[in-house]
Design a protein around this ligand. Structure first.
Ligand code: GAR
Length: 219
């Protein structure tokens, strides 16, 4: 970002405590950040909303009030669109988004998921990793498409599963890496180093055949 360029607006969607949201906000406060968080929306009275407000960021709850999922997604898209985001960042947003939302922000939605995608899409990833006796676990930042947790992967972290790990212990170690990785992908996108096109993630002009690894790009 040059000194004259205004940072890109990023809107964050949450459902819970918002620790990834907090990390994104904190990194946005850096003097050289190419993005700022212009709003946080939740589908329920999420704990993270208070955190966002403490940073002076506008918040909104848009709870589904109808069983018509498409209608809800159109409302959500309108509320997010009113904040004119360059990027929509899902951070623990526990609702599957489909065509009405995804098409409104095509190529401009990211998610962070607590597994080494394509392994363990969906819920209870830490529990499933322990049940499978996997040696390795991690998290993935990916672009969002209409297929759950299957959009182009951008960046992955890896953690070893330790003997005797509880679900909570493993989740905490993965979460610690999440806080060090999501902002990197958001920065790259807002610096125009990262795009989503033709069903692929592109980084510095080349299509990624495999996600970047946190160990290679930062501490
Ligand atoms: C994070 O571990 C995130 O990866 C996960 O929810 C947690 C939210 O924590 N997201 C998903 O499972 C999405 N499928 P946070 O509210 O503290 O950021």
């Amino acid at each position: 970002m040059s000194a004259q360029t205004a940072p890109d607006a990023v809107v964050i969607l949450i459902s819970g405590r918002g620790s990834n949201m907090r990390a994104l906000i904190e990194h946005s406060l850096a003097a050289d950040s190419p993005y700022r968080v212009s709003g946080v929306l939740a589908d329920r009275p999420a704990g993270g909303l208070e955190v966002a407000r403490d940073f002076g960021i506008s918040t909104q709850i848009l709870a589904p009030h109808t069983t018509d999922r498409a209608a809800y997604e159109r409302e959500l898209a309108a509320a997010v669109g009113a904040l004119s985001p360059a990027l929509v960042a899902l951070a623990g947003f526990m609702r599957v988004l489909s065509a009405p939302f995804v098409q409104a922000f095509e190529g401009r939605i990211m998610n962070i998921h607590p597994s080494l995608l394509p392994r363990y899409a969906g819920l209870h990833t830490h529990r499933r990793v322990l049940a499978a006796h996997d040696a390795e676990h991690g998290a993935t930042v990916h672009f969002v498409t209409e297929t759950l947790d299957a959009g182009p992967a951008i960046l992955q972290s890896r953690v070893a599963v330790m003997p005797g790990d509880s679900e909570a212990e493993l989740a905490a170690r993965v979460l610690e890496t999440e806080h060090r990785m999501y902002f990197r992908a958001v920065r790259w996108f807002c610096e125009h180093r990262l795009t989503c096109a033709g069903g692929r993630a592109w980084f510095d002009g080349r299509a990624l055949s495999a996600p970047l690894q946190l160990a290679d790009v930062g501490k």
